[in-house]
Design a binder for this molecule. Structure first.
Ligand code: XBP
Ligand code: MG
Length: 257
């Protein structure tokens, strides 16, 4: 079994709970700007989240919720312009009111850096969104903490396809056996599994807690902190109430036993 050399983090739902009060709100602001009376409620968004990628999600919404809608001009251009406006709103929301990282995320990232464990990001979201979240919720130089930031359209197929994790492994020049992924959704778990990575920790959230995580090594509610002890939902018991680097190494061994 290879030693754990790198942690590969998903972003949305994993580093921070960005969907309900971040992306969803940004989409609705872009719809208002465009004079569209579309309202992605918390409930509708749960269905739309089954599709990864904002542009793909808009097209899914049109197909399944507004099949008779016809934009002026080309659909691709309409969707791309709407999505670009949404990204600007998302970036602004990351500044004001801002969004905290999930419990234990900053603690773990700092612990990994101090221990020389390499860090990477593999996400479906737009690169500018990652920059906005890291700079405003972690540290001004936080992008430099990650050797690889694999995001958005950099690969032909988004999650659940394995492309983004395969690309990240190639950039790290590491085999799947040396890496561990941290995800929040079933689409993310499928993407990780398809890439050959077997040690996988899932931190659930309100949109994903009832999804299928049978391929995950361990499922917790979050990584935990002194103030907010974490709860193991499936997988090996933890010696304390936080998922720390020692626990990550244990989960990695457990996955390859
Ligand atoms: C989550 C996604 C993204 C975001 C929206 O990404 O599927 O599409 O919902 O961001 P992950 P964009 O969980 O892989 O971080 O509008 O920029 O796609
Ligand atoms: Mg996610």
């Amino acid at each position: 079994m290879e030693q754990l050399q790198a942690l590969i983090f998903d972003v949305d739902g994993t580093l921070a709970d960005t969907e309900r009060d971040g992306h969803r709100v940004a989409f609705n602001k872009a719809f208002v700007d465009a004079g569209l009376d579309w309202d992605w409620t918390i409930e509708i968004y749960a269905d739309l989240l089954t599709v990864t990628g904002g542009k793909e999600r808009i097209k899914y919404f049109l197909k399944h919720h507004l099949p008779d809608f016809r934009p002026e001009g080309e659909l691709e251009t309409f969707v791309a312009d709407l999505h670009a406006a949404k990204t600007e709103h998302y970036k602004a929301l990351m500044v004001d009111p801002g969004l905290p990282l999930r419990p234990g995320v900053e603690r773990l990232l700092r612990e990994a850096r101090e221990a020389g464990v390499r860090l990477a990001i593999a996400t479906t979201t737009t690169p500018a969104n990652v920059t906005a979240l890291l700079r405003n919720s972690l540290a001004e130089d936080a992008e430099d903490w990650f050797e690889v930031i694999a995001a958005g359209d950099i690969v032909p197929a988004k999650k659940p396809a394995p492309d983004i994790f395969v690309w990240t492994l190639e950039q790290l020049n590491l085999p799947p056996e040396s890496c561990m992924a941290i995800e929040d959704s079933d689409n993310g778990v499928k993407s990780v599994s398809g890439s050959g990575i077997r040690s996988l920790l899932v931190t659930v959230n309100d949109y994903t807690r009832n999804q299928d995580f049978s391929d995950a090594t361990m499922v917790v509610d979050h990584l935990g902190s002194k103030e907010q002890p974490c709860k193991v939902l499936t997988g090996p018991d933890l010696s304390n109430d936080q998922v720390d680097l020692h626990a990550f190494r244990g989960i990695h061994r457990y996955a390859w036993e």
